[in-house]
Design a protein around this ligand. Structure first.
Ligand SMILES: [Cu+2]
Length: 266
């Protein structure tokens, strides 16, 4: 769902005809503010399906089909840690989740969510964003460079917990383990990070782009590169890159989402 949902049906029709990508820039979040950890413990998480660059409309999440972490190749199921909440966006409240992940051993923790497909009324399609984000304990690299065997995913070629603002991030779009050429990848800044414990966003520190969605296209081998201009969380969403194209008789956009954390050099 997008800002279009606020408009009348007639206006929606007109807007869609004029700007077919207006319905984009929604991102599944798996969020915690501090991704580089120095102590073991239970790390709180927030799961929100949102428009984080424009700090806009929040979509209702259904119960995820799967939610887990991977550390040193071992899967840690997190489904029984999900707690439903209402996330209060600027425009609306919507169903979201909190959770936590037990971080015990040094290394990377790849957080993976396979959400329930979301029905996008303005486009009459379902959207399912298979999403990865990353934590690290004690700086030891263990898992971040590995594909997780998802139906579709972005495999990072730069360490996702330690991107330099002003440098680049390169990812590879995969579907069923094969590279996806010509995938459309939306790039989004998390302008207003969620406030843990308050179930709402903080004050935005950036405004959405005047030209709308920021987009890259993957090359023949599935690679794309983006120059990261600012510290914070950056999301990449390869649209419709997955093999599943239909859900309950309607079109399904099965997207691959990945989040990275960039820092200023200080
Ligand atoms: Cu949207």
């Amino acid at each position: 769902m997008t800002f279009l949902s606020k408009l009348s049906a007639a206006a929606v029709g007109a807007a869609l005809a004029l700007s077919p990508i207006a319905a984009s820039a929604h991102f599944q979040l798996v969020y915690t503010p501090e991704v580089n950890l120095t102590k073991p413990g239970d790390v709180p998480l927030m799961l929100v399906f949102w428009h984080p660059f424009e700090n806009g409309f929040v979509m209702d999440m259904g119960e995820p089909l799967a939610f887990y972490a991977v550390n040193r190749g071992k899967k840690i199921d997190l489904m029984d840690r999900l707690e439903p909440i209402a996330f209060a966006g600027i425009e609306n409240d919507a169903a979201a989740y909190t959770a936590s992940v037990p971080v015990r051993r040094s290394g990377d923790y790849v957080l993976v969510i396979e959400p329930a497909p979301y029905y996008e009324e303005s486009e009459d399609i379902y959207i399912q964003q298979l999403t990865k984000s990353y934590l690290n304990l004690n700086q030891l690299p263990t898992d971040w460079m590995e594909p997780q065997g998802l139906k579709t995913e972005i495999v990072p070629l730069n360490r996702p917990t330690n991107i330099l603002a002003g440098s680049t991030f390169t990812g590879r779009v995969m579907s069923n383990g094969e590279p996806v050429a010509g995938a459309e990848i939306e790039v989004e800044y998390m302008a207003a990070e969620p406030r843990m414990g308050e179930n709402k966003p903080s004050e935005p520190v950036a405004s959405p782009m005047p030209g709308g969605a920021v987009v890259a296209i993957s090359d023949d081998e599935g690679y794309f590169t983006f120059g990261v201009p600012k510290a914070g969380f950056w999301g990449f969403a390869a649209l419709g890159s997955g093999p599943d194209t239909e859900f309950e008789g309607k079109e399904l956009s099965q997207d691959a989402v990945l989040w990275v954390r960039a820092y200023d050099v200080e």
